[in-house]
Design a protein around this ligand. Sequence first.
Ligand SMILES: CC(C)(COP(=O)(O)OP(=O)(O)OC[C@H]1O[C@@H](n2cnc3c(N)ncnc32)[C@H](O)[C@@H]1OP(=O)(O)O)[C@@H](O)C(=O)NCCC(=O)NCCS
Length: 386
Amino acid sequence: MAISIDRDDTQLIDVPRGLTNVVVAETRIGDVRGAEGFFHYRGESGVDLATDARFEDAWSLVALGTLPQGEAAAAAFRARTAAARAIPESARDALSALAGSGLDPMAQLRSGLALVSAADGRRPFYDETQGERTADGIRLAAVTPTLIAALHRWAHAQGPIAPDPDLGPVADYLRMLTGVVPDQRLAAALGSYLTAAIDHGFNASTFTARVIASTGADLASCVGGALGALAGPLHGGAPARTLDMLDEIGTPERAEDWVRERIQSGGRIMGFGHAVYRTEDPRSRLLRGVAQQLRADGLASDRVDLAVAVEQTVLRVLDELKPGRALRTNVELYAAVVMEACGIPRELFTPTFAMARIIGWGAHACEQVEDGKILRPSSRYVGPLS
Ligand SMILES: CC(C)(COP(=O)(O)OP(=O)(O)OC[C@H]1O[C@@H](n2cnc3c(N)ncnc32)[C@H](O)[C@@H]1OP(=O)(O)O)[C@@H](O)C(=O)NCCC(=O)NCCS
């Protein structure tokens, strides 16, 4: 039977592949300026905030709209987030079973946040006030480090470690993971990375969160979808692969052949290239410095030197083999080097990235649902008609 098409195809608007340069929303949360190599949160330079490792201040800025005004406000925000770190008792059995399921850590985090959210009694955004939605965002972001660490420890037959509200969220994450209060310099290094990772324009995971929020779904569903997008190797799944690359290359002299072979066989070099930056990713410059400082302080291995040497070779070969593309180092190479120096296992690199980005997802989801319009684009059917 022939299918009749009643849609008015003259109304369709074609957009570039990958939605490149297509504006789909207005936002007050932040922006990435690709040509300048600059990003900001609500007008505050992301690099400046990250240089001072002001993770909780940046969290407040993105989630609540302002930097804390004065020490009392900063302490109040810290206390608010610290009080939201614990895993609900009623979810513990299901979470420990999840940890033993063999699912990869990102899938566990997705399911774990759904379990925590159900135990909390979270409701669809559609039914909540904007204040309740913001509180949901703070709760899910606060519990995520506890959850990542607990799932990891359960999976390795170790009991989870309860959060310590007297420690900042970054140091406490490392403590809950390793059982040891970290060297303050390591916590600051990780804090710089996480501060720089809170938000970054309309990347794939943020857009995913906003699409789900536009339906009025609950925040755990928005975050679950965003985690799925983040897990992809072209997005947040890249950092572990950059270390796999450094392992395979082994020594700086072998980098040239390895990189040429990889590009000539059609592969991509993880940790390089960006959808928006056409200059050096400012987060890469920041984290290279952080990694080199850790090396100088004796807190990072010669992995840092290898990364610096390989980076130079990759940039030279990319310029030669992909001329005119302006492919530069992105955030992932030195993020991986810093996370490794902090003692974070490779399989937790992407969950750790998510522990920061979930703050941005929460803010974006709140902003999108307030718009009140469901996101529902079109496609052009090009298959056969019977
Ligand atoms: C981030 C990324 C997905 C952006 O993709 P994009 O927007 O399509 O990239 P561009 O439009 O700038 O570049 C496309 C071209 O450059 C090539 N390219 C982009 N990044 C590359 C890389 N890391 N290694 C080799 N080639 C790369 C593509 O193959 C393509 O070449 P072609 O036109 O000859 O096929 C891409 O750079 C990539 O895959 N990087 C590696 C994964 C990574 O580190 N992701 C983390 C991002 S923060």
